[in-house]
Design a protein around this ligand. Structure first.
Ligand code: FCB
Length: 433
């Protein structure tokens, strides 16, 4: 059965940040620091999904999806990131899981979508190797409770984005600006993934995946300097997080004048344990030129000549086909079945005078990308699922509530949900044979 779903993440939709024993996460801390988030927004209330989840499950049911990718908030399960399990926090996901199963919606749970317990950040966060072990302990606690009903487990969401924005550039929590010194956050996240896989397997998890953000990298020209820069960027964005998982080795980082420190015997064996699938998040391709100044060995030259989303991201549907086929060509038999675990676009959607939300650009976006995915399948890539980001308009990290990605419009002051035209369109699209 091909999986058609929507995706969300805990901090972006739940709200209820101090309820039922939830501890603070790095995103609570970060979003409350002045100047970090556009308009001073926070996820304190977000979509209030923690209270309105029944309505949201009903929306999914009405949409006709057969899967839902959500994330579990670590600080609800272990408020301090370690030790005793807060059963009240797990109860929430238990109820949600049962409601999904009852409606024949396959739950796909992500264990880490960036909301690290603040206590662990105080001890170095993902720069600290111990966090990988804490993550495995948390994964075990969640699986003890839910592996009997959740068939699809995703360890990490986009460790690349978390490392770059969170630890290298500081535009996301925890706001560190370490540039290349952020690299240990890559290895420790991946080690956490590997250790968590072992715990999930021991508890009978049916399918275990990791989700990576990937981009097809296009050199700005055939000039050798541009080609070398594109290769360096591809190494950082794509290969750094796919190679160790799929091939058991880090790529050559010499273009960055470094290699991966802190790798101990046995780490790569854990990290490369076989998976049942790989989650791929695709938003846009990247065009790379030779560096314009000292520092990093590439320059993001920007993809031009395409329509753009609300975020300003270029809309290039065939980039999804290019990416999927490229992954198959690069990894061959080492590539497990692929799940497109996120794809979507932000648009400045507001209800019209009649109350409906006519998000034609999103329909066009999704239509083009679904077609591109189908072309990749026709070219032999084993794609098993496609999840739209996102079910609801939500807290878009540093952009606060300014970027609306939902199939369902959310009026943030009231929490009122209005399915957009794209929601109705997707229902028809999914129903098509
Ligand atoms: C991805 C994130 C997701 C959302 C989309 C727009 O990088 O995984 O939480 O913010 O981008």
């Amino acid at each position: 059965m091909f999986l058609w779903g929507t995706a969300t993440a805990s901090y972006q939709i739940e709200g209820a940040v101090a309820e039922d024993g939830r501890g603070p996460s790095i995103w609570d801390t970060f979003s409350h620091e002045p100047g970090r988030i556009r308009d001073g927004d926070t996820g304190d209330v977000a979509c209030d999904h923690y209270h309105r989840w029944r309505e949201d499950v009903a929306l999914m049911s009405g949409l006709g999806v057969n899967s839902y990718r959500f994330s579990i908030a670590w600080p609800r399960v272990q408020p301090d990131g370690r030790g005793a399990v807060n059963q009240a926090g797990l109860d929430f996901y238990d109820r949600l899981t049962d409601a999904l199963v009852e409606r024949d919606i396959v739950p796909a749970a992500t264990l880490f979508h960036w909301d690290l317990p603040q206590r662990l950040e105080d001890e170095g966060g993902w720069l600290n190797r111990d966090t990988a072990h804490r993550f495995a302990e948390y994964a075990a606690a969640v699986a003890d409770r839910l592996a009997d009903r959740i068939p699809i487990w995703i360890t990490l969401n986009e460790p690349f984005v978390h490392m770059v924005y969170g630890y290298a550039l500081g535009t996301h929590a925890p706001g560190r600006t370490l540039v290349l010194d952020a690299l240990p956050a890559a290895h420790h996240q991946l080690l956490g993934h590997g250790l968590a896989v072992r715990e999930l397997r021991a508890r009978g998890a049916e399918k275990v995946l990791i989700t990576n953000n990937c981009t097809p990298v296009r050199p700005a020209s055939g000039d050798p300097a541009d080609l070398a820069a594109a290769d360096a960027y591809d190494t950082l964005h794509n290969r750094l997080f796919n190679d160790p998982v799929l091939l058991g080795a880090y790529p050559d980082l010499s273009a960055y004048g470094t290699d991966m420190d802190g790798v101990r015997d046995g780490d790569l064996e854990l990290i490369s344990a076989p998976l049942d699938g790989i989650g791929i998040n695709y938003y846009n391709p990247t065009r790379i030129a030779a560096p314009v100044d000292e520092g990093l060995p590439f320059h993001d030259a920007g993809v031009t000549g395409h329509p753009v989303t609300g975020f300003g991201w270029p809309v290039v549907p065939d980039g999804l086909r290019e990416l999927l086929v490229g992954l198959r060509d690069r990894y061959g038999d080492a590539l497990p079945p692929v799940y497109v675990t996120e794809n979507g676009c932000s648009q400045p959607d507001e209800p019209g005078p009649d109350g409906t939300v006519d998000d034609r650009a999103r329909i066009e976006f999704l239509d083009g990308h679904i077609e591109a995915m189908q072309r990749a399948r026709a070219e032999g890539v084993d794609v098993r699922g496609y999840y739209v980001w996102s079910l609801l308009d939500n807290f878009e990290w540093a952009e606060g509530y300014s970027q609306r990605f939902g199939l369902v419009h959310v009026d943030f002051p009231t929490g009122a949900r209005t399915p957009k035209a794209s929601y109705h369109w997707l229902r028809e699209r999914i129903a098509r044979p």
